[in-house]
Design a protein around this ligand. Structure first.
Ligand code: V47
Ligand code: SF4
Length: 383
C-alpha cells in the first residue's frame, strides 16, 4: 500500500473548491510564492486532504520518492540552565544543579570514542546554558573531537547557547562564530527559535535571546560559510498569525543567505513543565502544520520530522504531508523529549528499522550527510 495523497489535479477539478483555496492551489502549481495571508488562510480553512495534496505535490517536485536520514549521535553537555523557558521539562536551574548533569570534556570525548568503529557522519551537540561552560571550554571540546575524528561533521550549539557564550566572552557574533569555526564547528542546529513573535516569546521564554538575536547569529554563520537548521516550537499558546510570522521571518532570511539546510517543526510536549496545563495538539493538527510549512517555506529544500519527538508512526505518516527527512539517529541518547513526555522513551532506531519504516509507505530511504549530500540509496520502495 502506498498511502498516496490525492493528486493536485484532482483537487483542482473539484468544482465546489473554495475560491481562495483554489487560488492558493494554482499558485502552488505555478510555483508562485504564497503571501502571509495565504498562509493564515491555509491554517484557518485548509482541510487535511487539501493541504496534504498540495504539500505532496511540492515534495514530489523537489525530492521525488526520496526520504533522507542520517547517522548521527547526540551529546548533551549539561541540562543546567540559566534560563527558565516555561515549556522546558529538561533543564535544572543553577541553584539546583545537583539534580542535573554536567559532563566533563573527557566524558564527552569518550562518548565520541564509543563510535570509533561505527559509520556515523555527524555529532549533534546541544544542551542547557551553563554559566561555567564558556566559549573556551567548547572551543577546546570541538578541537579535541576534530583531532580525534576529522571525518565527523560537528553540528552544535543553538543560537541561545552561542548568544550567551559570546556575550560572556565580550565578542560579537561574528568574532565568536569565527573562533568556533576555526576550532572545527561546521553547522548550527535549529533550536532556540521557539516562536519569534514577542507576544508569545515574552510569555514562554522571556529571558533568552530574542528573534533578532537568533536570526542574526544564523545570518552571521551563513555569511561565514556555515550552514544551519531552523525550528519552530508549535502547538501551545501561539495562534496561526504567530506561526506564519515565524515562518515568514525564516523565509526572508533564507532569501538573503540561502544558508538554512532544513526546517524542523517541533511539537510542544506537555509533561513535567510549567505549561503542563496546555493540551497537546492532535495528530491532524501536526500533519496540517507539516503540510502548510512545506507549501509556505518555498525556499527551504528540506522539511524534517524529528521522530524521537513526534513518535515513529506519526513520523512515518508525515511523509505523506511534505516531510522528506526523518533525521534518523541510530543511537540517540537525547533527553529533551523523553523528559517532556514523548512516547519515545528510549529513542534508538537501527538503520534497518528506519529503512523499513520508509519503504513501507512507498518511499526510498537515502542516507545523507549533514549538508544533504547522498551517501547511500537503500533499496527500492515496497509498493
Ligand atoms: O529549542 C524544548 C525544543 C529544542 C520542549 O537542528 C521542546 O537538527 C517540545 O532544536 N516539547 C532543542 N519541544 C532541540 C532542537 C533540535 C532537535 C533535533 C534536531 C535539531 C536539528 C534540533 O527542543 C528547543 C525547543 O524548541 N523543546 N522543550 C517540549 N516540552
Ligand atoms: Fe534552557 Fe533550552 Fe530549556 Fe530554555 S529550552 S530552559 S534555554 S535548556
Amino acid at each position: 500500500m502506498t498511502h498516496q495523497p490525492i493528486p493536485i489535479e484532482v483537487v483542482l477539478a473539484n468544482p465546489t473548491l473554495d475560491k481562495k483555496l483554489r487560488t492558493i492551489a494554482e499558485k502552488v502549481v505555478h510555483q508562485t510564492r504564497l503571501s502571509e495571508e495565504d498562509g493564515i488562510l491555509l491554517f484557518e480553512k485548509g482541510e487535511l486532504g487539501f493541504v496534504g495534496a498540495l504539500a505532496n505535490h511540492v515534495r514530489e517536485r523537489l525530492h521525488g520518492n526520496t526520504v533522507y536520514f542520517n547517522r548521527n549521535f547526540h551529546i548533551e553537555p549539561t541540562n543546567v540552565c540559566i534560563y527558565t523557558c516555561n515549556f522546558c521539562s529538561y533543564s535544572r536551574q543553577y541553584k539546583h544543579r545537583d539534580d542535573g548533569w554536567e559532563l566533563t570534556k573527557e566524558q564527552m570525548l569518550n562518548m565520541v570514542k564509543k563510535y570509533d568503529d561505527q559509520p556515523v557522519t555527524e555529532v549533534h551537540i546541544v544542551g542547557g546554558v551553563h554559566p561555567k561552560m564558556n566559549l573556551e571550554f567548547f572551543c577546546e571540546l570541538i578541537q579535541d573531537i576534530n583531532t580525534h575524528r576529522p571525518d565527523l561533521h560537528i553540528k552544535g550549539f543553538t543560537a541561545v547557547e552561542l548568544d550567551y557564550m559570546f556575550r560572556k566572552a565580550k565578542l560579537s557574533n561574528e568574532e565568536g562564530l569565527a573562533k568556533m569555526k576555526a576550532a572545527g564547528l561546521q553547522s548550527l542546529p535549529g533550536g532556540g527559535a521557539e516562536i519569534f513573535h514577542p507576544e508569545v516569546r515574552e510569555k514562554i521564554c522571556a529571558d533568552k535571546v530574542d528573534a533578532a538575536g537568533w536570526l542574526d547569529i544564523h545570518a552571521t554563520a551563513h555569511r561565514l560559510g556555515m550552514h544551519s537548521n531552523a525550528t519552530m516550537l508549535y502547538g501551545h499558546i501561539e495562534n496561526y498569525q504567530h506561526r506564519v510570522d515565524h515562518m515568514s521571518r525564516l523565509r526572508n532570511l533564507q532569501d538573503q543567505t540561502g544558508g538554512f539546510n532544513c526546517f524542523i517543526p517541533l511539537k510542544f510536549r506537555n509533561m513535567d513543565n510549567d505549561m503542563s496545563h496546555v493540551p497537546e495538539v492532535s495528530i491532524i493538527e501536526d500533519m496540517r502544520l507539516y503540510a502548510i510549512s512545506r507549501i509556505f517555506m518555498d525556499n527551504f529544500k528540506n522539511l524534517k520530522a524529528y521522530w524521537p519527538m513526534l513518535g515513529r508512526q506519526q513520523a512515518q505518516l508525515s511523509l505523506a504531508f511534505g516531510v522528506n527527512d526523518l533525521d534518523g539517529t541510530i543511537d540517540d541518547t537525547t533527553k529533551i523529549y523523553s523528559m517532556a513526555g514523548s512516547e519515545e522513551q528510549t529513542p534508538a532506531m537501527s538503520t534497518e528499522e528506519l529503512c523499513d519504516l520508509i519503504t513501507a509507505v512507498g518511499k526510498v530511504p537515502v542516507e545523507r550527510d549533514t549538508l544533504y549530500n547522498s551517501i547511500k540509496v537503500y533499496g527500492e520502495a515496497v509498493v
